[in-house]
Design a protein around this ligand. Sequence first.
Ligand SMILES: Cc1ncc(COP(=O)(O)O)c(C=O)c1O
Length: 419
Amino acid sequence: MPAHADGFATRAVHAGSRPDKANGATTTPIYASAGFAYETAAELEDVFCGRTPGHIYSRISNPTVAAYEERLAAIENGRGAIATGSGMAAIATVIMALTRAGDRIVSNAGLFGGTRRLFSSLMSRYNLDVVYIDLDEMGSLEAAINDRTRFVYLEAIGNPKLDVPDIPAAAAQSHARGIPLVVDSTLTTPFLLDAAALDVDLVLHSATKFISGHGNCIGGALIDTGRFDWGTIADPDMQHAVSKAGREPAFLYTARQLVVQSLGNLASPFDAYLQSQGIETLALRMERHCSNALSLARTLEAHSAVAAVNYPGLASSPWHETAKRLYRGYYGALLTVRLGSRERAFEFIDALRLPKQIANLGDCKTLVIHPESTIYHDHSAEAREAAGAYDDMVRVSVGIETEADLVADFLQALNRLSR
Ligand SMILES: Cc1ncc(COP(=O)(O)O)c(C=O)c1O
């Protein structure tokens, strides 16, 4: 397991840095090259066969992307990483690397709508069995795992339910049955969630969000924390990877050589560059996101026009104690507010001046959305209920603006709501 001596912010700034020796550029150059040339036929053969390291073709790997992947692995204290073209691509890569038709995934019910669509609509076409459980009842996890279960999947903070599963308990139950725990850490980022320390095996992100930080690109990240022994997985492709690359790198080998190479879902060098830059300020941004969110949540909860506020940082959240135990006293940037009716929710959004109404989160700017009529518009009533996407609920991704300006804007919007 890699041991990183440096602190989180130091790794975020320095890891994977490949300054350009020729010109003295201080950021890793964007290697905009489809393929990579070698002098002799024997040299290219050696790279193809894995005898010497090197890049072949940017659908498989690329120097800019590799530098970003090194940084991702460093901030997650992981064994290695793969940068994908989107968060959905990272999730799809895990599914394709670990499952076959007829296998089962056990997942928490309150999932991001896109993940739920991937699991329930697309993957059901390939006869993948996804069982949704309520992770507040940990016994249900044990009961849902059968002999064909290939991984357990959780969101570290559910989007938009904002529930916080007990990750170490889920890891213990998964490992007792010999299967890996996969966690979507998009809302927590490694600044809140030390995935390796909490026994998570694979951690993934929509890097579109806090990792990039500026709402300027789409990306995903998949990191192997190094905790799982892939040699115990009987699947022939994993066993082939073990024989080619060894037990430890076997998952990343399968994910890159079998899945990413076949699907073509690697991040582009330009997006990898942007996301790598984003990581440099992740610690600073997350501190401000979290303090602004806590302040705004408290303000909203105290206002008479608000029916309910959900934020893991509030003592009123059923998941407050779990978040406090797992996330070092930080609670993330997302909160949801219920206004009593769909009409009032729309009125509230329209009355806000600073936030943008956008189907995204994790931007420096505060963003709002009405999930029920947008992200969940074509989901079943059951999926909406499981995700907490109520018709009177507005989701707020709190940005890093001046706290007083944010609070003032939300207060003026609430004060204008019809009674
Ligand atoms: C928690 C979570 N996971 C995954 C995704 C998918 O990421 P992307 O939009 O980068 O494909 C999102 C997107 O909103 C998300 O919120």
